[in-house]
Design a protein around this ligand. Structure first.
Ligand code: ADP
Ligand code: MG
Ligand code: MG
Length: 248
């Protein structure tokens, strides 16, 4: 089945149409990369899917159900979670507190004070488990602003997976990293998305071709091709519009 199905999606900012009749299908359990030039609309697409911005027209289905028009938190509670290209962490809170916040957000803040007290132990255990999954268990008490850049990006992934989503959107998760950091990030992404659906915007073709089952190429607000990595490399239209010598 399909984890995501976007049909004739459009988004304008004022007079400018940024997403222009976009169609995209992502199979459940796949790792799907969205590639394309700067300004093509990749981050905007994530904002639309995750409910951060309203769409202008079209349809978005998550696990076969229409989510068009739902608020970001409702979409999150239906199992879709996204990272932000600009890190979304609270620098003056500890790493552990950041994770607790993400857990509370995804669980809906609906608890009364006494329920919260009763749930503290569970919350702390779950936050610890996430710290381990992102290999920051020794950094829990550190203020998030004092983490290295690569550690901050790992924390960002931790915040994204806090609600145990089955569809995970990551926006340029390895941007600005060294080769070694990128390799570690790829392993982390692979492990936290095992058995889940991943949609990833990424410019590093090593990362894309290393992780993706399917690739969609987004140019000028439209998906111009979706295919398996080997065939995306050979696609003439894709080479002309984006990959050029990178794919050769
Ligand atoms: P990408 O992530 O592919 O680099 P973006 O989705 O960030 O591209 O941006 C696509 C286009 O939409 C850009 O031209 C950008 O200036 C424009 N854009 C993005 N957000 C807004 C906004 N809130 N208001 C107006 N224009 C925007
Ligand atoms: Mg960009
Ligand atoms: Mg972007």
């Amino acid at each position: 089945g399909l984890a995501l199905e976007l049909t004739d999606l459009r988004k304008s900012f004022g007079p400018t149409e940024i997403i222009r009749g976009l169609n995209l299908q992502v199979r459940k359990g796949h790792r799907h990369a969205v590639i394309g030039p700067n300004g093509a609309g990749k981050s905007t697409l994530f904002h639309l899917i995750s409910g951060r911005f309203p769409i202008s027209s079209g349809s978005i289905k998550l696990n076969g159900e229409e989510i068009t028009g739902l608020a970001a938190q409702q979409i999150n509670r239906r199992g879709l979670s996204r990272s932000f290209q600009v890190t979304n962490i609270f620098p003056k809170m500890t790493v552990f507190e950041n994770i607790r916040c993400a857990l509370l957000w995804s669980r809906g803040y609906k608890y009364s004070f006494w329920q919260m007290v009763a749930k503290q132990r569970r919350l702390n255990e779950d936050a610890e488990a996430i710290l381990e999954r992102i290999h920051l268990q020794s950094r829990g008490k550190v203020l998030a602003g004092f983490l290295s850049y690569a550690e901050q990006r790992a924390l960002e992934i931790g915040l994204t997976i806090a609600g145990d989503p089955d569809v995970i959107l990551l926006d340029e998760p390895t941007a600005g990293m060294s080769n070694t950091e990128t390799e570690q990030a790829v392993e982390l992404i692979r492990s936290v998305t095992e058995g889940k659906t991943l949609v990833m915007v990424e410019h590093d073709m090593g990362v894309v071709f290393g992780l993706a089952d399917q690739i969609s190429v987004l140019v000028y607000g439209e998906v111009i091709a979706t295919d398996v990595p080997a065939d995306i490399r050979k696609n003439r239209a894709v080479q002309q519009a984006y990959l050029g010598e990178e794919a050769a």
